[in-house]
Design a protein around this ligand. Structure first.
Ligand code: SAM
Length: 256
């Protein structure tokens, strides 16, 4: 099994594949002030096993003009989302596909709401928001969460870590500027709370580590993944005041 297969085996068992919570998804939806009487066409890019898709399907319910188009590059995650949607009685509200969100298989000018949690870093924030804008109708809403600095400066240790691991990390104001430069009107942002990292992501992931190591005979590759997860969780606990996932909410311009 290569590293990607190991990562899939570890993450497939969890409700979400990145930090977040239903409460964060709902808070972003409230900030977006989506008109509940307008039939909505919605997509969730980098959906993983569908934490956000399932929450949106429940919350938007009858406002959906069509099933939510959920896209992820990993077929195993897409299949898991289909199973979860069926189990939750939401199969008719979610259309999950394997696909590349960098070149989304959707027509221009078709979406009212484009959602993406903890995934845009895979293609880059600026590249993603630029590539996705033509998909939105005028007045359509983008909601995206992205790893961001909380302040203009921070200690050297944490700066060095993230600029090596994710050189795209920047401040909220810089990301807002990127949204404006790409032609969006920013509406707001918020940082998700620590519980969305610890109770909802690192703790469930950590709870699966022993069984994961057993399944893979404590191979070097499996142990390296577990050590990396533990180091990342420790790093978050030690430096959570300096970085986090921010939700960004922005609209494409339209006549009021
Ligand atoms: N949104 C989910 C959540 O919050 O639980 C998943 C977040 S996970 C950190 C990032 C996801 O992006 C993974 O499921 C990964 O397979 C997906 N991904 C990465 N690059 C992608 C691409 N180019 N197209 C579609 N999905 C991609």
């Amino acid at each position: 099994m290569d590293d990607l297969d190991l990562l899939i085996d570890l993450h497939l068992r969890n409700d979400r594949q990145g930090p977040g919570s239903d409460a964060d998804t709902i808070r972003a939806l409230e900030l977006a002030r989506i008109d509940p009487d307008t039939p909505l066409r919605v997509a969730d890019f980098g959906c993983g096993c569908g934490a956000a898709s399932l929450c949106l399907a429940r919350e938007l319910g009858d406002s959906l003009a069509a099933p939510i188009t959920a896209i992820d590059m990993l077929p195993a995650f897409v299949e898991r989302l289909r199973e979860r949607a069926a189990d939750a009685g939401l199969a008719d509200r979610i259309d999950a596909h394997t696909g590349n969100m960098g070149a989304p298989p959707l027509e221009a000018n078709t979406l009212d709401l484009l959602w993406s949690e903890a995934a845009i870093y895979n293609i880059g924030f600026a590249e993603g928001v630029r590539a996705w804008k033509p998909l939105l109708r005028p007045g359509g809403t983008l909601v995206v969460s992205e790893l961001s600095w909380t302040t203009a400066s921070r200690p050297e240790e944490i700066e060095a870590h993230w600029t090596t691991e994710y050189p795209g990390i920047t401040t909220v104001s810089a990301n807002m500027r990127t949204l404006e430069d790409a032609g969006y009107a920013p509406i707001g942002f918020f940082f998700i709370p620590g519980s969305s990292w610890l109770a909802n992501y690192y703790e469930p992931l950590g709870a699966g580590h022993d069984a994961f190591l057993e399944r893979h005979d404590h191979s070097d590759a499996a142990r390296a993944i577990v050590e990396n997860d533990r180091a990342e969780a420790d790093l978050y606990r030690a430096h959570a005041q300096w970085f986090g996932y921010a939700f960004y909410i922005a609209r494409t311009p339209a006549v009021a």
